[in-house]
Design a protein around this ligand. Sequence first.
Ligand SMILES: *Cc1c(COP(=O)(O)O)cnc(C)c1O
Length: 418
Amino acid sequence: MVKENLEESPEGGAARPASELAGESAPHLRMMRQRAALPRDAVRPTYAEVDLAAVGANFRVLDECADGAQVWPVLKADGYGHGAVACARALEATGARGFCVALLEEAIELHEARVRAPLLVMGGYYGSAFTEVIRRGLLPVIYDGRHVEDARRAAQALGVDRPVPVHVKVDTGMARLGVPLRELEDLILRVRDAPELRLDGLMTHFANADAAEEEATLEQLRLFAEAERAVVEAGLRPRVRHAANSAALMRGLGRFEVVRPGLAVYGVAPGGARRGEASRLRPAMRVRTEIVALRRLEVGGAVGYGSTFRAKRSTLLATVPMGYADGLWRQLSNRGALLVRGRRAPIAGVVSMDLTSIDVTDVPGVAVGDEAVVLGAATEQGSDPALTADEVAALAGAIPWEVLTSISRRVPRMYRGG
Ligand SMILES: *Cc1c(COP(=O)(O)O)cnc(C)c1O
């Protein structure tokens, strides 16, 4: 029913109707690529509803937190599972003036979809494809003398008529990517002396922005200020500086000219966020399926692989077509719950690859075809509390970032509010 009120994927234009692909004889088949998913043709009633209005509203909350800095939402990992292209379009319409991704492939996907705001490719790994970065006008992150050479060579090969903007990443404590402070001067001089390049940005990344204590983040900020002094001494001045992820932004730390929130854009507040602003975020993803079978299990009866659930009472079991291959965590076996008719129905037995069983004994009137919510809120009045990414993560021994990015491509995304 909900399905009828939803729009199909805004990327639908890129996809051909499944019937065309499969031939008239099999009109219900669809390609399993998320990009090409046509939810109306999905056989299974399992899908993720993405509320693009919530994405836009979250952007506005973060824009207020940003204190004048430009908010460049992070769209890596397919927009944390929400669909990078759809989110980029909604965010551009709401006022986003730049985006961040991890991989070159991710930037190319957005560029091909005609997203024209600056796209910062944070991973800093372009392989032999630096020309692709420049040709498409993407913003590369560099932190190594080798990158300077690669960028120069690519710029020369393309015969660019203007210096290529680059963002230099400084390691202030994360120790993954980024130039160590003691090597910064050397790198900056190489950038300065490269006529093909222009220092557009200076950036760093926090390791502990969501921790209870701010001390570690303040120390990283001190080192970042030191880095900036070294850059200025070398005679350069970055146009923009950026450091803040969602957690830093929402606790008011490290807001420079640009901020880079990811998680909060999708409506999940990180640790350390100020309570007032955190409460204004709206989760943008709701994952739901439907009951496809019901059966009665007598006392002592078992369900699922390994028979890990045994009925202590006469138990009504419901089967839903969603499993760990869809992102319903196996760690939720005998621990998690789904919402049916507004009631929490505990997961019974182990979550298997495609199917999960839930105990619906205490759900009055339960029937085949009932909606079962895996993530998010039930629609009924007076329902049990919504299943939040935080709660699911805690039960699964994961973090909310993982819960969102784990919803697999086999689950079609349905968009509303775009
Ligand atoms: C993922 C990422 C972010 C966004 O982090 P959130 O905690 O999701 O806000 C920002 N900067 C970098 C470098 C990242 O890799």
